[in-house]
Design a protein around this ligand. Structure first.
Ligand code: SF4
Length: 319
């Protein structure tokens, strides 16, 4: 079982994606109310080697020697991956050892005002920053950033990165009713998006239990209405799951281990797990029952179904 690699799993945006975790649970510059990884335990803007990069490189070398290439290597983690101070070395390693591989990074964009971070991320093929709000009040309430993160700097960092970056920028906006969907917040978001000029704008909403109880997702109709009101030609609403089955070679055979790896990162329903891991629903349900009987996973009923998570991995949903 790899400690720092995850998958490959079918990603709704990237196809078969091998996650490369560069920060542990839960080191982030934000503590978003909707975060599916649980509360941020280390709220910081200080870059450091939060995950031992030598170990990451060893695991990547092993993976490359024993498994087919995924569609994407995706730098992520249970937090903000650009906080890892050796991020550039991981990118250089992947470029050298898997030159045909495509690399993506999922980031909240908070460190993009740092020219060093922008220079490191110049190596990726697809940058996937997020932007939830363009008003200070909505930003602080929804993303609960470190006091050292300023919205103006974050927006300036996104604009500077766009101007320098030669790859694709897919910017995700999570809409959370009551947090960032007022007419004024949506107007300010649109203005920011026009200035940033991402290649794609992907509208999303809460899909699984967040950090705070009682959050409601936006409906697909609301997301479609926002996209239409913005009137920009590069906005899409992200579906909750990919329709097509991914390539068989990307699947993992060790279902129990793969379930635990997946639940270490986010709560999932049995259906989510079956789809993500490419296993039959019966196999996943059987494995979950055994893991729950052993006390290795817990379950809670939510509106979208029964969610499983690892004990102690964030607060129970709905608490
Ligand atoms: S959603 Fe992303 S940016 Fe927000 S707290 Fe979670 S890991 Fe950090």
């Amino acid at each position: 079982m790899y400690q720092h690699l995850f998958g490959p799993v079918p990603s709704r945006r990237l196809g078969m994606s091998l996650g490369v975790d560069l920060v542990p649970h839960k080191v982030c510059t934000f503590n978003c109310v909707y975060c599916e990884c649980g509360q941020t335990t280390r709220l910081t803007v200080a870059r450091d080697e939060y995950v031992a990069v030598d170990e990451v490189l060893e695991e990547l070398a092993h993976y490359l020697a024993h498994h087919p290439r995924p569609d994407f290597f995706t730098l992520s983690g249970a937090g903000e991956p650009t906080l890892n101070s050796r991020l550039g070395e991981v990118l250089a390693f992947l470029r050298r050892r898997a030159p045909e591989g495509r690399i993506a990074v999922i980031t909240n964009g908070s460190l993009l005002d740092d020219p060093q971070v922008r220079a490191e991320l110049a190596e990726v093929d697809v940058a996937m920053p997020s932007l939830d709000a363009a008003s200070e009040a909505a930003f602080r309430r929804m993303d609960r950033p470190s006091p050292r993160v300023r919205l103006a700097s974050l927006l300036a960092g996104l604009e500077a990165f766009r101007a320098e970056f030669r790859g694709e920028m897919w910017l995700e906006v999570v809409i959370l009713p009551g947090y960032n969907d007022s007419a004024e917040d949506l107007r300010l978001l649109r203005e920011a998006l026009v200035r940033i000029r991402p290649d794609r704008i992907q509208l999303n909403t809460l899909d699984r239990p967040g950090t705070e109880a009682g959050l409601q997702p936006a409906s697909r109709e609301q997301l479609a209405r926002i996209a239409a009101d913005w009137g920009l030609d590069n906005v899409s609403v992200i579906a909750s799951a990919p329709a097509a089955a991914p390539a068989e070679e990307g699947y993992r055979a060790d279902t129990g281990v793969a379930i635990l790896e997946t639940l270490a990162r986010r709560p999932c329903t049995a259906e989510d797990l079956a789809h993500t891991l490419g296993r039959s629903a019966e196999d996943v349900v059987r494995q979950l029952a055994a893991l729950e009987a052993e006390g290795r996973v817990t379950s809670t009923t939510q509106a979208r179904g029964v969610f499983y998570r690892l004990p102690g991995n964030g607060p129970p949903p709905g608490s």
